[in-house]
Ligand binder design. Sequence first.
Ligand code: MBD
Ligand code: FE
Length: 324
Amino acid sequence: MRRSGVAPRSLAYLVVETKHVAKWRDFAAKVLGMQPEDDGRGGLSLRMDERCSRIFVSAGERDAVIATGWEMADVAAWAELCDRLRESGLAVAVGSRDLAAHRKVEGIASVKDPAGTCVELIHGAACAETPFTPGRSLSGFRTGPLGLGHAVLTVSDIAAVAPFYTDLLGFRLSDHARRPFAAAFFHLNSRHHSLAMIETGEDGFHHLMVELDSLDDVGQAYDLAQLEEGRVAVTLGRHSNDFMTSFYMRTPSDFLIEYGWGGRSIDPESWQAFECVDGPSLWGHERSWLGPEKRAEALRFRLEAAAKGLRAPDFVRSGDHQEE
Ligand code: MBD
Ligand code: FE
């Protein structure tokens, strides 16, 4: 079924406010392998690809994600979506030239989702004049038409927030789960999810996922992260729905970054949403953010998945090891 009207193409960027700009610079370059550049206002632009910035780190008094940025195909699609939001009674603020200049886009508008999270809609994101230079040796981030990665919100009630993203913005449901925690996953392109919500009882921001071109990039970051006390928030594991092999790190700003590889590509035209009953992970992903009872339940799901032989499609096929 085709969605009527326009929707964003992908996740363009994340905006973070922080008291810890210096810590962010270090963490971004040395562990994440991003390219930090001064934004001229005491903050940073973090590059991950040809774009001028994928994460805006603004100097401020809070430590929080203050906006997600979503990319429209062109100015016409952008204007159409802004009109649709206004017609449904929402306050859509067209951003100033100053804001557009900071975000390095041609046009920007912002609107609040029902949980109060600021959603920025943009068109015409600028590319840098210089090639991307990673902060440590790595193969690269998987972005392009798939966008920056995925953003995961914590919400008190998924049913209260999801219709804003699906009915108004045009996100489509990929799948949902009830246990060990309620979660819903939404796509815009062939990335399995560009947005997800976890029902924790609190409205906030849970994690940003960035995907690497090589599994070794992830493993090498895992070594680096483990050198620091408390950096790793979720151990290495593999998700059962998008097949991402990943681990999660604490950032200097109290939300997590999932660092992954091997996410599946879906066909958005033919995809059918379903309920995921096998738990969130095929193996690993011991979650420090979950309470002890939910962690025990998550472990039972993983052991069942293992006993059933659930696994993601792999690149090394049976027989590859046989000698000629
Ligand atoms: C994900 O990327 C994720 O972060 C969670 C919690 C579950 C499935 C896929
Ligand atoms: Fe994730």
